[in-house]
Write a protein that binds this ligand. Sequence first.
Ligand code: ASP
Length: 488
Amino acid sequence: MFRLALHWQILIGMVVGGAVGVGLNVFASTSRVVITEGLPADLDRLEITDSTDGTQFRLLASDQTARTLFVGHADGAAEGVEVFGSLKELRASEPALASLYVSQGMSQAHRWGDRFKRLGGLFLRLLKMVAVPLIVTSLASGVLGLGGTASLGRMFSRTLGYYLATSMLAIITGLVVVNIVRPGLGANGLPQAGAAEPVAAEGLGEVLFSQIEAMIPENPFAALVEPNFLSIIAFTIGFSIFAMLAGGEIASAVRKAAETAFAVMMAMTTAIIRLAPAGVLFLMASVTATQGLAVFRSLAFYMVAVALALGFHAVVTLPAIVWFFARRNPLAYAKAMSPALLTAFSSASSNGTLPLTLSCVEHRAGVRNRTASFVLPLGATINMDGTALYEAVAVLFIAQLHFGEMLPLSQQIVVAITALLASVGAAGIPHAGLVMMAIILQAVGLPAESQGIILAVDRILDMMRTSVNVWSDSCGCAVVDALEEASA
Ligand code: ASP
């Protein structure tokens, strides 16, 4: 029977999901209801206006005093309105209003967006379910398959060399593009971010030191449960090295056990991957149904700058590296990796995509397990080219808005270095890059709140940078594998 290749199925899922979501967004994302019955005793009337930019609640109390509440981004709200960042926040202080919203005030786009999110979430749960055992068994069988600590050391330095070089190239690309496009300068009609009180972000030294701490888990089992990927990776590598050093029967027993369990986990992962088209469809539909569109217009230049820089890195720099160092056809390699890249795009999580990335690299691109199992788990945690580039562009954009001019070169170098380190510290989960950005903003004297302006479009940019993160990890596999083969 004719069966469409997996990457086509996923692509179709993505397009159909996107179309359904956009349809809901355009035709069913605004609603207005007036509720007069079944209200709490102190209320006479409640009007709920829902849209993708936020939800407004107008309350008329029994004593005829009026109040307005807004759930969404603060900049979408008018003066004198009480603002809540999310429905969860509203529920914490006004549970009755939150449940009236859910039962009567929600637009169809929000309602269906939530349903799709939960359905797509099932696919992500399956991937998360296999992630920890897959990483442990894959890494252990990979390290034990290397046959000696000398080859492990060589692989380690090559991998780190690749991570560092490509992240730096990504950041430079970002800086060049933002200096040319200058999205935050000129007449683009954006409000200047007002000077606000600086807030204390965790220092960079602190973040990096806590990464080192994570590499020495106090309790490896707790790390498995949490899960903390860096702890798991460090402990598994340590365990495998000592099994190797113990040698003989012990080493071969541990290796056999790891390989056996790995084969089972890989079979499970392969089965789960068949669900990727449906998972991607639901995830895309939920994102596109609920994303506010108005912000796109005002932040268009900024988004174009990020997309251009990410595109250059993904389409020019990384393929050139693959072609030059791995002697592979970058196009064929990208096609082999496409299920992982498309899933990374729709889930915005490199950790979540990791099982798929591992499976694509080994089964579709033919990279050896010993390389893939080493380069990918580590890469998903610490090698984030897309995130590093994004941080640099975003911080320079905010600086342009804030100071009304480009940052001087010396400050741009500070941004480059802190962006690199922040990308190492960022977790492979949605919006992790935003959290880390506070550190870079602080390094160049910008208040963390100035980030507010870019929040509304972070999801879509997160999807793009996560695909680039996963693409860079995959290219790293091809490069390290080829270098290893050459020196074997
Ligand atoms: N979502 C990204 C990832 O998982 C991290 C980020 O927010 O930049 O790779």
